[in-house]
Design a protein around this ligand. Structure first.
Ligand code: ATP
Ligand code: MG
Ligand code: MG
Ligand code: MG
Length: 469
């Protein structure tokens, strides 16, 4: 019988509990006491004070399913494996067990608990980590040649001092039919054949600012495995979106938009984007992130606006994100109870922002289309920075959205010109002008446009508006 995503999460946590790990709740998506990142991106984040010896951990062995959000992955959403919000399963050792046990536990879980076929699993190690390669040989029987050595298998503080070390990533071979067919298609290849499922990090050095590494007196283990990816493999699905953790959301949107999933690559991408972004927004709102023009609030806004645009691409003209909320809560509310207790608040935050943006989206899209048509006539392929800034500042168009739409039409964006306009604006507002980013401004801008242009008729955003003024 096939395990559900919920059952897989439980199997993982129970397995590590049976190995004396204390189950830790997921921490919030808003990092606690960590100014270096806007949102939680990995299970180890809440463990950092323990790894650094600054705080005493509840136990030396811990396990968790952590809510994660990765802004860096936004543009990849739509492929088979990438989400912005996902759950990361992890086991952690603070100065307790190390490399051998971490590999043995991972192997036992994958091959004995969830019964993945060993011949589909491919461990990789860092080129200098002979020790890890030896354990993979001793524990799982891999010959040295069968273990791919990858330079990128290294975890460390980027450009700073701190603990670091090699890691060992486990890939699942989906089969040659998913491969790119090149001679060096192997684990680590960008194509869809080898799916990275689990990363085992061996924190064994301390790195100085000058790059000198010294062995840590107390070594740590930090591992992370994407629940959706593991579920995709165990349920034999084509993508993370086809697992029970996400497919219900897709189906819900397919129904509302009357767009069958699987109809075309283009509509599937939009369905995947709104399913992923909708789910992410529900979790972000539950953790108290509110839309704004700065920091994590801007990430929220950007995600929501991107979702709304893809909703429009599917022909949706009514608010739809509240729909996602109930579906997401039905799916994940048992485990993440904050979703249930905050249902009303989440719906309110999402609906309000969605309504606000829908009003400006059509106008903004029209302006952008006209702009592109003008540039086209002048045989220009770059949108001037100040125009991009105007769309952002006056119409609430995230730069990334302008960039994305521009790219769809073969245009690029003058980003440094945009930055300059942004800077000038900031200087102006520092000099005492009103807050340019407030909602009042958005509303005022909208009123101005309506006055200037009359109520604009929506002409469609997929093609360029051919008639220009
Ligand atoms: P990728 O190479 O696919 O971007 P990563 O190397 O950035 O993944 P890690 O930082 O090693 O990922 O995180 C540990 C695990 O979390 C990965 O092995 C994968 O299973 C999962 N994971 C990472 N990013 C994503 C994502 N955007 N969506 C779904 N799962 C993810
Ligand atoms: Mg990544
Ligand atoms: Mg990777
Ligand atoms: Mg990785």
């Amino acid at each position: 019988t096939t395990l559900t995503g919920t059952e897989i999460r439980a199997r993982f946590l129970d397995f590590f509990a049976s190995k004396d790990h204390v189950k830790m709740p997921s921490s919030s998506l808003v990092p606690h006491n960590d100014p270096t990142v806007l949102l939680t991106t990995a299970g180890m984040q809440q463990m950092i004070p323990y790894f650094l010896g600054r705080e005493t951990p509840p136990a030396a062995r811990m396990t968790s399913a952590q809510k994660c959000f990765r802004t860096t992955d936004i543009d990849k959403v739509g492929n088979q494996r990438t989400l912005t919000f996902f759950e990361m399963l992890g086991n952690f050792s603070v100065g307790d067990y190390f490399k051998r046990e971490a590999i043995a536990y991972a192997w036992e879980f994958l091959t004995k608990v969830v019964n993945l076929p060993a011949d589909r699993l491919h461990p990789t190690v860092h080129p200098e980590d002979d020790e890890a390669a030896r354990y993979w040989h001793e524990i799982a029987g891999y010959a040295d040649e069968a273990i791919v050595r990858l330079d990128e298998n290294w975890w460390g503080p980027p450009g700073a001092s701190g603990p670091c070390g090699p890691d060992s990533e486990i890939y699942y071979d989906r089969g040659v039919e998913y491969g790119c067919g090149t001679a060096d298609c192997k684990p680590g290849c960008e194509c869809e054949r080898f799916l990275e499922i689990w990363n085992l990090v061996f924190m064994q050095f301390y790195q100085d600012l000058d790059g000198t590494r010294t062995p840590l007196p107390r070594r740590n283990i930090d591992t992370g495995m994407g629940l959706e990816r593991l579920t995709m493999v165990l349920q034999g699905k084509e993508s993370v979106f086809d697992t029970d953790l996400l497919r219900t959301i897709i189906d819900r949107f397919a129904l509302i938009t009357e767009t069958p999933y699987g109809q075309s690559a283009k509509t599937d991408t939009s369905l995947r984007v709104i399913a992923d972004h909708g789910r992410a927004l529900v979790f972000l709102a539950a953790d108290g992130v509110l839309p704004s023009n700065e920091g994590r609030g801007y990430i929220f806004r950007r995600i929501l606006r991107r979702a709304v645009r893809h909703g429009k691409l599917l022909g949706l003209d009514k608010p739809f994100l509240a729909e996602a909320t109930n579906t997401v809560i039905d799916l994940l509310g048992e485990h993440y109870t904050e979703l249930k207790t905050q249902r009303e608040r989440i719906i309110e935050v999402l609906s309000q922002e969605e309504k606000k943006f829908s009003q400006t989206l059509n106008t903004g899209l029209n302006l952008l289309n006209e702009l592109l048509a003008d540039l086209q006539q002048q045989h220009k392929k770059v949108i001037p920075g100040e125009e991009v800034f105007r769309l952002y500042d006056t119409h609430g168009f995230p730069v990334e959205l302008t960039q994305e739409i521009a790219a769809e039409h073969g245009f690029s964006v003058d980003t440094s010109g945009f930055e300059e306009s942004m800077q000038r604006q900031q200087e102006r507002s520092r000099a005492g002008a009103s807050n340019a980013f407030s909602q009042a401004q958005d509303d005022r801008a909208l009123t101005e446009i309506l006055k200037r242009e009359g109520t604009t008729e929506f002409l469609g955003y997929t093609g360029l508006v051919s008639s220009s003024k």
